[in-house]
Design a protein around this ligand. Structure first.
Ligand SMILES: [Zn+2]
Length: 481
């Protein structure tokens, strides 16, 4: 049957997001959906693209981002778009821009997603509305953060919430869920939530159970008490009967290098009885707000941004302290508020975690400061180029599955994550021989190699290096179960 599609990809190597072996075929797009996959040689396209040995895959889903503010005001989201990302999940690590009344002083790490000007959404609905009024370049799946809720309702954060404060948080959480939040995140490691006991989290999680939303956590500890924290997360989510995602799974600090042998076995065990997933990024350094307790676990710390001392952006913390003739802690005091890159993982653990079949890919990129962690610009091409193609830790098909189908299933993003008839036309055309990250710690704001075209909801948004002036992104709201 002869059809005319808006976009027709001919003779492309289709990697469909399921993990299945690639196959050569044609893909036709009509409107915002993929309308046919197979042999379409008798059909035409208003726009036709020849495969030339390139791979057509589902657009990558960045399941762990801090793009809450970046997505606003129709920003082209260049660091993500140029990697082939078509959807970002925001509201991670307990921090979301909403709901928070303007004018509340921002504690770290709330300041990693934006300054006080960006925190202007007293309700979750008002944040969703702002995204819908000036649509984002990429799709945005929003979660609501526990630390944001705590900041919104508590006068002091160095204690457990009282029952009336928990009730207020439950109301705000419910408002977020009713406005389409796909999940709830905690950041129990960070000062705003450190004193929250598991019971506080559990009460809030019980709200999720009724809605079908998921729970993601930056755990209480990722170094010397890593296994305890995994158990706490499994138990809390299990007691509330909600699906869990352990964010940016890692083994931090020299004492704990190699521990992923044990932790991944813990995932194998717990997955027999409850829904538990995990994500990771392909680097041995992390990044967050500059915090003295994080510096202790590190071999090296780089300053990504400092409000009072922007001249220190990109510099080594130890060098700055030496130059100022002061202690590390004293230098930190002077640099705050600030952000940092922390070198504290072993490559062996990163490789083991990335190649674990159930691990999704999340950049954890922080779009703030002149010298961000290179993961903001390089995560997805680095997994495909370095870890799949060069180190052969997994097949290209499995690497793509981690960043597409698996992510869409886990985060319950309906009709996303696959190249298949009827799915939304979020796609990336890339060269599997050329794909690679180029962003480094020294020059982090560099586009990846090998990405030829990115399509979001049927609209071509990136083509041969050019970003086109469209905002086809949608807010991916939770659909009730
Ligand atoms: Zn985190």
């Amino acid at each position: 049957m002869s059809e005319t599609y808006d976009l027709l990809f001919r003779n492309v190597r289709i990697i469909d997001g399921t993990g299945a072996v690639e196959r050569i075929g044609d893909v036709g797009v009509f409107g915002n959906r993929i309308s046919a996959v197979g042999n379409l040689s008798s059909s035409r396209g208003t726009r036709e693209i020849e495969g030339r040995g390139l791979v057509l895959a589902p657009g990558f889903i960045d399941v762990h981002t801090h793009d809450d503010a970046l997505a606003l005001d129709g920003n082209p989201m260049e660091p993500k778009l140029t990697q082939g990302v078509t959807t970002v999940v925001v509201g991670n690590c307990g921090i979301s821009l909403a709901p928070l009344k303007p004018g509340i002083p921002l504690l770290p790490p709330l300041n990693i997603i934006g300054g006080s000007d960006e925190y202007r959404f007293p309700t979750f609905r008002s944040y969703v509305k702002a995204l819908e009024e000036k649509p984002p370049a990429l799709n945005v799946a929003p979660m609501v953060g526990h630390s944001t809720l705590r900041v919104a309702v508590m006068d002091r954060l160095d204690r457990a919430a009282t029952s009336s404060e928990i009730t207020q948080m439950e109301e705000l959480l419910q408002e977020a869920l009713d406005s389409g939040a796909i999940g709830f995140s905690t950041g129990l490691y960070y000062p705003p939530a450190r004193e929250a006991p598991p019971e506080e989290v559990l009460t809030l999680l019980k709200r999720l159970a009724l809605s079908g939303a998921i729970y993601t956590t930056h755990m209480r500890n990722e170094d010397d008490f890593l296994e305890d924290s995994l158990r706490e997360s499994f138990d809390t989510a299990g007691a509330a009967d909600v699906p869990l995602v352990i964010s940016h799974h890692k083994c931090m600090g020299k004492n704990n290098h190699g521990l992923s042998m044990q932790t991944l076995k813990m995932f194998d065990e717990v997955r027999k009885k409850q829904l538990v997933g995990l994500d990771a990024y392909p680097y041995t350094a992390g990044s967050s707000a500059l915090l003295p307790e994080m510096v202790e676990q590190c071999e090296r710390v780089l300053i990504t941004w400092s409000e009072p001392h922007p001249e220190c952006n990109g510099r080594d913390l130890a060098e700055v302290a030496q130059e100022w003739d002061t202690t590390i802690n004293d230098a930190i005091e002077h640099l705050l508020p600030a952000g940092a890159v922390y070198f504290h993982m072993a490559e062996e653990d990163v490789q083991r975690i990335i190649s674990y079949p159930h691990t999704m890919i999340g950049s954890d990129g922080i779009p703030r400061g002149a010298r961000p962690h290179p993961r903001l610009w390089g995560t997805f091409p680095r997994v495909l180029g370095r870890y799949a193609r060069d180190l052969k830790l997994m097949s290209l098909e499995n690497a793509v599955h981690k960043m597409t189908g698996l992510a869409a299933e886990t985060f319950r993003l309906e009709d996303r994550g696959y190249v298949a008839e009827g799915k939304f036309a979020d796609m990336v055309l890339f060269d599997p021989e050329m794909i690679d990250d180029t962003a480094t710690y020294e020059t982090p704001e560099m586009r990846a190699n090998g990405i030829h075209m990115v399509v979001v909801n049927g609209t071509v948004l990136l083509e041969e290096g050019f970003i086109l002036d469209h905002s086809p992104g949608k807010v991916l709201k939770r659909t009730s179960h």
